[in-house]
Ligand binder design. Structure first.
Ligand SMILES: NC(=O)c1ccc[n+]([C@@H]2O[C@H](COP(=O)([O-])OP(=O)(O)OC[C@H]3O[C@@H](n4cnc5c(N)ncnc54)[C@H](O)[C@@H]3O)[C@@H](O)[C@H]2O)c1
Length: 258
């Protein structure tokens, strides 16, 4: 039984390391922005800067995709978008269910960024009978009594949990029993899942706490500098790495099965 996240070997079956897989969405985001500006090619240095990654690492990552670019020209933006999308499994449609349609669940349902990245919100599920049938983002909310049927009918493998913490494990268990194998958890609790189920946790308050830690250090350094003494904390080249390539524990994140 794995807790919170599943443990996978550092290298996936197709030979692409997990750390590379975790950076692919960063490249894709940068490449999509270039594509929207109709930029035809990009150098590894430019793309690395846009993605916030070291350029040698980027070239190594792309070598796993069999993409080496052309000397003096760089990488073909459209082709790389296609290659990375294919590698991440984004060239197919992924039906997603959101469970818990309160403030957060409704905001997620209204977020257009899922559909544009191939994640179709197939159903919204909530335990409150008063919400059943009410449309949110144009989709009628369905009651949790029908959760298993909804998952099966829609062939859903990805579930988003936006319930209160106390309900999250039970919701998770039902999703997994119904066939969901990837869970994005917004509830502030650690979920237990069987092997083979991937869990990604999003917690904005943890991100804020990390920023607060850095703010505190900065304030300490300023005070010490003002005193004319040594800095209270050694200056630390803190990479502003709040990107998704690191989980909150600094581990390489588990990824959704492609
Ligand atoms: N990860 C983050 O950064 C972040 C940010 C905000 C909120 N949250 C968390 O997200 C969750 C939702 O927050 P919110 O503000 O939307 O709360 P909310 O109270 O507005 O909504 C919760 C919804 O879940 C439903 N629900 C309760 N038990 C359920 C169950 N067993 N099955 C299905 N639905 C159930 C409720 O009927 C309600 O509609 C909380 O756990 C909160 O702590 C996380």
């Amino acid at each position: 039984m794995a807790t919170g996240r599943t443990h996978r070997p550092a290298t996936r079956s197709r030979g692409i390391p997990e750390a590379t897989v975790a950076r692919l969405p960063l490249y894709l985001r940068a490449l999509t922005a270039l594509s929207e500006r109709s930029v035809p090619t990009v150098s590894s240095e430019e793309l690395a800067a846009a993605a916030g990654v070291n350029s040698a690492k980027l070239r190594k990552d792309f070598s796993y995709l069999g993409s080496y670019g052309t000397r003096g020209v760089g990488y073909d933006v459209e082709y790389l978008v296609y290659q990375i999308s294919r590698e991440l499994g984004l060239t197919q449609d992924w039906p997603v269910v959101i469970v818990g349609i309160g403030n957060l669940g409704a905001a997620l349902a209204n977020y257009g960024g899922f559909a544009s990245r191939g994640f179709r919100v197939a159903a919204l599920i909530d335990a409150d009978p008063a919400m059943a049938g009410k449309p949110v983002a144009g989709i009628p909310v369905q009651h949790t009594d029908d959760l298993e049927k909804i998952i099966k009918d829609n062939g859903v493998s990805i579930g988003v949990i936006a319930t209160p913490a106390g309900a999250a494990q039970q919701v998770c268990d039902r999703l997994v029993a119904a066939g969901v194998t990837s869970i994005l958890n917004f509830a502030p609790t650690v979920l237990s899942v069987p092997d083979g189920v991937d869990v990604r946790k999003v917690d904005l308050s943890i991100e804020l706490q990390i920023l607060a830690f850095h703010e505190q250090r900065k304030a300490g350094e300023e005070t010490a500098a003002g005193d004319g003494g040594l800095p209270a904390a050694a200056p630390r080249g803190v990479a502003a790495d709040t990107s998704a390539d690191q989980g909150p524990d600094g581990d390489v994140p588990a990824v959704m099965p492609a």
